[in-house]
Design a protein around this ligand. Structure first.
Ligand SMILES: [Zn+2]
Ligand SMILES: [Zn+2]
Length: 347
């Protein structure tokens, strides 16, 4: 089969013929990939900046792709509820199955740290014609062509869980900020519109993305490279500040700005892998009772909810389909901020 493989950090992927994956367990499924979303985390992985959750060294050559959809191709003897040809989404967080988090359905937060299909050495991902999924329990059956649904499994899911955390703060007269209107921020904007009536402030460095945010319902849009930004935000929100902030960038400057404008009782959720940090005077937390937290992907059940929103037409995906043979061009476009929505690699 054709696959894109990483041979070394900081090198382009090599698109080549490789052996098809084998069914390695009774519960396992081989999926014929129809789409695999390209994520910023893939860039971090390629650059050697994503530490393995269990401290292992990376495996080379390796097929990435942790945001996949496709059709059931082969099933092991222990698989129930799925048959060849079924359209599926691949839920990528494989937990230990036994810890408190896994037992309550949060494999994304497994206390052993979840193995990620397409980012961990155990299981290769969707930048290929076929992929092995260790259990049918990581597949969600869907209707119709699953190709453009691939981003729901990470971009759509992660943004969903993050916005659910701020949901009770999106009341009439409140303000919220989304930092970064990329693959995830685009979904976050839609969830915020669905779940609340807060006035939404979209912040990005890219004018085209801000224009898109405006079109999709952001009440205010601001360019990030603007030193007057804190003042502009305060002039909208008044003394109360911003009640809910979701940060898909996660650098020093977004976090510091967030702390400057966050309201009393406000909530800041970081999702961005920008590697920033922020100093928070503890006395501030006493006075403000604000919440500063993060978000790690989402659960299988949350993926089911996200799919429900997409299937019923209440949430849209913005997909830029790219051929597997052109994956390095898509990676360059993602690096340069040229993609609108999500690039989905098709074999
Ligand atoms: Zn991702
Ligand atoms: Zn676990």
């Amino acid at each position: 089969m054709k696959a894109a493989r990483l041979y070394a950090f900081k090198k382009p992927l090599v698109v080549e013929e490789v052996p098809e994956p084998k069914l390695l367990s009774e519960d396992g499924v081989i999926v014929r990939v129809s789409g695999a979303g390209l994520c910023h985390t893939d860039l971090s992985y390629m650059d050697g900046l994503l530490p393995d959750v269990r401290g292992r060294t990376a495996k080379f050559p390796y097929i990435m792709g942790h945001e996949s959809s496709g059709y059931v191709h082969k099933v092991g003897g222990g698989v129930t509820g799925l048959k060849e040809g079924d359209a599926v989404l691949v839920y990528g967080a494989v937990g230990c199955g036994m810890c408190e988090f896994c037992k309550r359905g949060e494999e994304n937060r497994c206390s052993e740290d979840p193995i990620t299909i397409g980012l961990s050495p155990e299981y290769e991902g969707g930048f290929a014609e076929y992929m092995y999924v260790p259990s049918y329990r990581y597949l969600l059956k869907v209707k119709g062509d699953p190709t453009d649904l691939a981003p729901l499994t990470d971009a759509g899911l992660t943004a969903y869980r993050a916005v659910k955390k701020v949901r009770s703060h999106l009341n009439p007269g409140t303000f919220s900020i989304i930092f970064g209107i990329g693959g995830l921020g685009f979904y976050a904007l839609q969830y915020m519109k669905l779940f609340g009536v807060s006035s939404i402030i979209a912040v990005d460095i890219n004018d085209a993305k801000l224009a898109m945010a405006k079109k999709w319902g952001a009440d205010y849009t601001f360019k990030f490279d603007d030193s007057a930004l804190p003042g502009k935000i305060s002039s909208i929100t008044g003394k109360n500040g911003v009640n809910a902030i979701v940060d898909f960038v996660g650098i020093n400057s977004t976090a510091n700005l967030a702390m400057k404008v966050l309201s009393n009782d406000g909530i800041y959720v970081n999702i961005g892998l920008g590697g920033g940090s922020v100093t928070i005077p503890l006395i501030y937390l006493i006075h403000s009772e604000s919440i500063v937290t993060g978000n790690m992907w989402g659960t299988y059940n949350e993926l089911r909810e996200v799919y429900n929103l997409a299937e019923s037409g209440r949430v849209k995906s913005m997909v830029d389909r790219r051929k597997l043979g052109e994956i390095n061009d898509a990676i360059a476009d993602l690096r340069n901020g040229k993609l609108m929505g999500r690039a989905v690699i098709t074999p």
